[in-house]
Design a protein around this ligand. Structure first.
Ligand SMILES: Nc1ncnc2c1ncn2[C@@H]1O[C@H](COP(=O)(O)OP(=O)(O)OP(=O)(O)O)[C@@H](O)[C@H]1O
Ligand SMILES: [Mg+2]
Length: 313
């Protein structure tokens, strides 16, 4: 069997926990997913990025076996996902973008119901409630939870049966900063434990922090697929060296060795350069390094470069 290496963890991973080939889905004239093939290995953390309407949710739902593709095939854990495969259900965890709960249950009852459907214990459900920080809301009815609390509960429902493959559609969209960091820790632990995680997000720092690889989608297609660091390195954009305004006149900064350009907005002087070391050395020689910051390209630059800056529908 083919063996690959997970970049983040340097563990050998078996290929193809998820294998999607030639997926297409149309809604009338809209090509929501327009020929996507991708794979994820055991223990891999895969991110799907893209503007609103790019096709992320449609793609995930086809991979989860919740939506029938017009064309193409998906296997998860070696099994076809469509028509719905009952053997797969206990082995995968799904958090949908639009949350829906059983009505009139409390948070604890909701999670225990999910747990019992998949043979997980009540104790495990209660522990999961604790993990997502909802123990204090255990007796609150689901319709009375705040948006972020409801999102945490839906994440707990996706994870309660310790699934081998986890799909999360914008899991951190409604979360406060602490909850977001806590969820990152939970997801990292799951991934390190050998579970495969697929997540969509609009947060580039989240993708950069968590994902072994990211797929950048637009208009139903995957434009880029690779480790975030490799995508960033492949992008030829200058670094930006900034110091507080007043350290150096703009014209002098623009003429420093290695400088391409300099701009000063009255708060910061920003020098763009492909040779930050040369610029830093020249600034140091002028005693102008106090408060310096150097910013290289990020995944957000890759995203904006590939997608452009116009609004999408
Ligand atoms: N059930 C549906 N019926 C008709 N059109 C749909 C349906 N679901 C999605 N679409 C269309 O398919 C396209 C892709 O939608 P999708 O929900 O997959 O995007 P997305 O990348 O998840 O966007 P977002 O970031 O806003 O969640 C959009 O143009 C959307 O209007
Ligand atoms: Mg979506």
């Amino acid at each position: 069997m083919e063996v690959r290496w997970a970049l983040r963890s340097y563990r050998p991973i078996m290929a193809h926990t998820i294998r999607a080939t030639g997926l297409r889905k149309r809604y009338g004239a809209v090509r929501a997913v327009d020929g996507v093939s991708l794979e994820a290995g055991e223990g891999e953390f895969l991110g799907v990025l893209g503007p609103n309407g790019a096709g992320k949710t449609t793609l995930l739902e086809m991979i989860e076996g919740l939506r029938e593709p017009d064309e193409g095939e998906v296997t998860v854990l070696g099994l076809p996902v469509w028509p719905r495969n009952a053997a797969l259900l206990p082995r995968i965890g799904v958090q949908l973008q639009a949350t829906s709960f059983f009505e009139r249950l409390t948070a604890r009852e909701q999670l225990r119901t999910f747990a019992s459907l998949y043979g997980a214990s009540g104790a495990r459900a209660d522990a999961m409630l604790e993990t997502v920080g909802l123990a204090a809301k255990a007796d609150t009815r689901v319709e009375k939870l705040s948006g972020g609390q409801a999102q945490r509960l839906s994440i707990a429902c996706a994870l309660v049966h310790d699934p081998e493959v986890v799909f999360l559609d914008e899991p951190t969209a409604a979360l406060d900063p602490q909850a977001r960091r806590n969820l990152w820790d939970v997801l990292r632990a799951i991934s390190t434990g050998g579970r495969t995680v697929v997540l969509t997000t609009h947060s580039m720092d989240e993708a950069e922090t968590l994902c072994d690889r990211v797929a950048i989608m637009d208009e139903g297609r995957v434009l880029e697929l690779g480790p975030p660091a490799a995508l960033v390195r492949g992008l030829d954009v200058p670094a930006r060296v900034s110091v507080p305004s007043g350290r150096l006149p703009r014209a002098e900064a623009a003429a420093l060795p290695g400088a391409l350009d300099a701009a000063d907005d009255g708060v910061s002087l920003v020098v763009s350069t492909r040779d930050p070391a040369a610029v830093l050395a020249a600034m140091g020689a002028r005693d102008a390094l106090d408060g310096v910051q150097v910013r290289g390209a990020t995944l957000e630059d890759v995203f904006l470069h590939r997608i452009g800056r116009e609004y999408r529908a």
